[in-house]
Write a protein that binds this ligand. Structure first.
Ligand code: PCA
Length: 329
């Protein structure tokens, strides 16, 4: 019996070796750095996208995802792909707002506060963003929104006055500006690091989705989540344009089809996870409720300032995006 098993194992490994040796002649491995935890819905969608390409190209392009900032930290992913250190990657689009204001189009407070509007705004902004990315040697493949952004605190907060002096975790320019305008103290921290930042008191609050709070179990340190629906920022997946140019037409078709599916599946997941994760925060012991009327009114005022700031920095191109979005409503 033992012999038979040993024999068949050898036969198996031999045939596996044969398959490998006889595999596609132009096989390429694409490492795909991602910033968010493996269990996050963007990462799950990315893993399916990767498998779709590997399967669809018959292994000619094998995409391997590296979630949680394990290959490159979130902030380094775009540069890594631009310079060819990684062929493909995923990043939060608005984290590039300091390079070009247009990247922050999705973090303008109260401009698009529902999934439908976020898609319309994305459709309006996409051509300009693709152009900017192309100039940076990057080709956009797909993009998926995060759920609506709400405010997390380690205490009850009913007005902007209550926020004075609170340490606020920011993830892009807009969130840092929000902290400034509300009298809070911004500290920039990647999602992968926030559990520790909250546990050690480096940060005491943030604006983010229910999904990120749930992923990072923030109820261990924070107590309140206010559903503000300020905006729906997006992640995007992009490939180095030189690498992309080298892909055969047939494989490009596979990648683009997988990308289209990922965008649809990711959007649906984002919608489904909105309620699921907000319920999860509640189950974790947090108080989850809409912002008070006072807080809402205060935030609308701050939002108006931030919108004006953004329009000023994004110029004509930014104004054209807003016009196209309004026309689509
Ligand atoms: N989660 C990401 C960005 C937006 C979101 O909902 C984060 O907090 O880093």
């Amino acid at each position: 019996m033992k012999m038979a098993i040993a024999k068949s194992t050898t036969a198996l490994s031999l045939s596996a070796a044969f398959v490998l040796a006889a595999g596609p002649s132009h096989a390429e491995k694409w490492d795909m750095p991602m910033a968010y935890s493996a269990s996050n819905f963007h990462s799950e969608t990315g893993a399916e996208f990767a498998a779709c390409i590997t399967e669809g190209t018959g292994g000619e392009i094998e995409v391997v995802t590296h979630p949680g900032g394990s290959l490159f930290a979130g902030d380094d992913i775009k540069r890594a792909v631009q310079t060819g250190q990684a062929p493909i990657g995923e990043r939060l689009l608005s984290s590039h707002q300091n390079e070009n204001a247009l990247f922050g189009y999705d973090s303008v407070p109260f401009l698009a506060t529902s999934f439908d509007d976020a898609e319309k705004l994305w459709t309006a902004a996409r051509p300009s963003l693709e152009e900017i990315l192309a100039e940076q040697n990057l080709t956009l493949l797909y993009s998926v929104p995060w759920p609506p952004q709400g405010l997390y605190f380690d205490r009850e907060v009913n007005s902007v006055e209550d926020m004075e002096g609170i340490k606020f975790r920011s993830y892009n320019n807009a969130t840092a500006r929000l902290a400034e305008l509300t009298g809070m103290l911004p500290v920039s921290i990647e999602a992968a690091e926030i559990s520790q930042a909250f546990a050690t008191g480096v940060a005491e609050s943030m604006i983010s989705s229910g999904a990120t709070g749930y992923d990072r179990k923030v109820w261990e340190s924070l107590s309140h989540f206010y559903e503000v629906d300020a905006w729906l920022p997006r992640n995007y997946v992009f490939v180095n344009s030189d690498v992309w140019d080298g892909v055969s037409d047939a494989n490009k078709e596979v990648v683009l089809t997988c990308a289209e599916t990922a965008a649809e599946v990711g959007l649906q997941r984002s919608k489904d996870y909105t309620q699921f994760t907000v319920d999860g925060l509640r189950e974790g012991g947090m108080t989850v409720e809409p912002a008070s009327d006072q807080l809402k009114a205060d935030l609308v005022q701050i939002g108006a300032t931030m919108s004006a700031d953004w329009l000023e920095s994004a110029g004509d191109e930014g104004a054209a995006v807003i016009d196209a979005f309004k026309a689509a409503q």
